[in-house]
Write a protein that binds this ligand. Structure first.
Ligand SMILES: Cc1cc2nc3c(=O)[nH]c(=O)nc-3n(C[C@H](O)[C@H](O)[C@H](O)COP(=O)(O)OP(=O)(O)OC[C@H]3O[C@@H](n4cnc5c(N)ncnc54)[C@H](O)[C@@H]3O)c2cc1C
Length: 491
């Protein structure tokens, strides 16, 4: 009788790499032959937090993994389907009892999907082994000892990729592709958005280390890239593990001419895990304020405001430049992300949930764990963090003194003198005539009264800080999420 060959399946999620990939390593350790699988799941493609730009980034990452798999005569099987349906179909040809992946700290819909997969595996006698993702721990109740565990994880040797002729061959995978709705890995041209893949990730990492820490130049950075590695999409989609980046940074430290900044960079890598850990332990943050006291804050939704903000048509140049830059490139630095959220939630007085969804679609590095916590923090709805209501005009003068950034992204203002460009609405009709710019027609007048709205937000939010429930929740949050970190007490 014909017996089907046993196969170990690796289910790739946000770990699109070969090196330091524990799921792949565990599959190889079974001694069975191994199939590396990515499933483009329809429910996630349709989810409002995701955009075509993310699926293209994933396709580019898989394409790049395939290049790295050529010496092993293998490739990733990429299909448009659901995981359970894919495994059922694979069972026609192979005997599958072992599934490997990383733990996912994702959206509520992926959590429910994982519960379904757990039941499916149980019912079909499949053992599903999930590895720890970047030091984020499952099932812990508070942060006692968390920092040292994270550090131990970061310092542990990387998992090496050494398959011993175990990977399914390209020919075998091509035969399987005929049985499935195989994904076409061709992507559209997004000239301004970072491309996915291990190769690109290493290019960014090595160039950043060289320019910032090994051989720093005196050149002035542009406003949106200052001290930024631009590694966030590669970390979010796992083209590099945080451990790989952390260990590379530590390895160059003895040679670095800029050790203080390098240490600040590795500290930010810890924030990544810190925030994702917070989300892992408090998943309701996707939809509700972590501090339940703020759930009573009701804001009226204005479609007009939200659309103007999304399209970069608010009449406030620094906000409009930031929004248009993000829409086109998928990226903004931390300060500008904070500023656009503050503008939306404080000055336009709109619910943070609405901007969280739009921004997740636009950020190529969308990482649920960091994203929802940061949006809530900038919206001033955690209670435990400092309340900051950004003044976009002041920030414009400070960060973009010559207005190069505004000129690049708001070309209708590019010809104005710098003294007018941050606040074009202060121009007299005569000045508008001189510059041939009709406010309200060529560029919008501000959609709100900046000063009055700032005052309203400040008053309401400062008063709420003293609310009994907000304060009670502060205690709960501090007990649950404060790290005993000597470097900084993160909440
Ligand atoms: C409203 C808002 C939403 C955000 N959403 C995301 C998101 O979806 N995905 C995401 O990766 N980052 C998010 N951030 C955090 C931060 O802005 C980005 O990580 C950073 O700008 C990415 O650029 P970089 O890789 O050049 O960062 P670098 O400064 O070079 O930092 C290196 C890495 O450290 C981590 N990191 C840096 N800053 C933070 C931070 N404040 N919190 C947590 N981790 C950090 C990131 O993984 C980053 O790639 C958000 C910040 C705000 C204010």
């Amino acid at each position: 009788m014909y017996t089907k060959e046993s196969l170990a399946v690796v289910w790739l999620k946000r770990d699109l790499r070969l090196q330091d990939n524990e799921a792949i390593q565990n599959a190889i350790k079974t001694g069975k032959r191994v199939l590396i699988l990515f499933v483009f799941e329809e429910f996630l493609i349709k989810d409002p937090h995701y955009d075509k730009r993310h699926w293209d980034f994933i396709k580019e990452s898989i394409h790049d993994m395939n290049q790295h798999l050529i010496p092993y005569n293998s490739k990733v099987l990429a299909v448009n389907s659901e995981l359970a349906a894919t495994i059922n179909q694979l069972q026609q040809f192979y005997n599958i009892r072992d599934l490997f992946s990383h733990q996912e700290t994702g959206l509520l819909c992926t959590y429910h999907r994982d519960l379904k997969i757990k039941r499916y595996c149980h019912n079909n006698l499949i053992t599903w082994t999930e590895s720890v993702w970047n030091g984020v721990l499952r099932g812990i109740k508070n942060r006692k000892g968390w920092v040292s565990k994270w550090k131990t994880y970061m310092e542990a040797p990387q998992v090496q990729f050494h398959p011993k002729n175990q990977l399914l061959t390209i020919h075998e995978i091509e035969e399987l592709e005929k049985q499935f709705s195989a994904t076409n890995l061709t992507t559209s041209e997004h000239n301004l958005i970072q491309k996915g893949g291990i190769t690109e990730a290493l290019k960014y990492q090595n160039a950043f280390f060289k320019e910032k820490y090994l051989n720093p130049k005196k050149e002035k950075d542009t406003i949106n890239t200052e001290s930024c590695s631009r590694l966030s999409p590669y970390l979010a989609w796992g083209n590099l593990s945080t451990r790989q980046v952390w260990q590379s940074a530590k390895a160059i430290r003895p040679l670095s001419k800029n050790k203080k900044d390098l240490d600040a960079f590795t500290a930010r890598l810890k924030w990544q895990a810190h925030f994702i850990q917070k989300f892992e332990m408090e998943h309701t943050m996707e939809e509700s304020s972590i501090n339940k006291g703020y759930q009573m804050l009701k804001k009226n939704i204005s479609q007009k405001y939200q659309i103007a903000w999304e399209q970069g048509q608010t009449g406030v140049p620094m906000i409009d430049a930031s929004m248009r830059c993000m829409n086109a490139t998928g990226y903004l630095n931390f300060r500008m992300r904070a500023m656009i959220v503050s503008f939306f939630t404080h000055l336009l007085w709109q619910p943070w949930q609405d901007c969280a969804v739009y921004l997740s679609k636009m950020f190529i590095d969308f990482e649920p764990g960091i994203h929802f916590a940061q949006v809530q923090m900038q919206a001033g709805e955690t209670g435990v963090n400092t309340l900051r209501i950004y003044n976009p005009i002041k920030n414009g003068h400070e960060l973009d003194a010559n207005a190069d950034f505004i000129r690049e992204w708001v070309p209708e203002l590019a010809h104005l003198q710098t003294k007018h460009i941050h606040e074009p609405y202060l121009m007299t009709p005569l000045e508008q005539g001189i510059y041939n710019l009709k406010l309200g027609t060529d560029y919008p007048l501000p959609i709100i009264d900046l000063k009055a709205n700032r005052k309203r937000a400040s008053k309401i939010l400062w008063e709420m800080k003293n609310d009994a429930m907000v304060m009670e929740e502060n205690d709960r949050i501090l007990k649950k999420h404060t790290t005993n970190d000597s470097f900084h007490h993160a909440v």
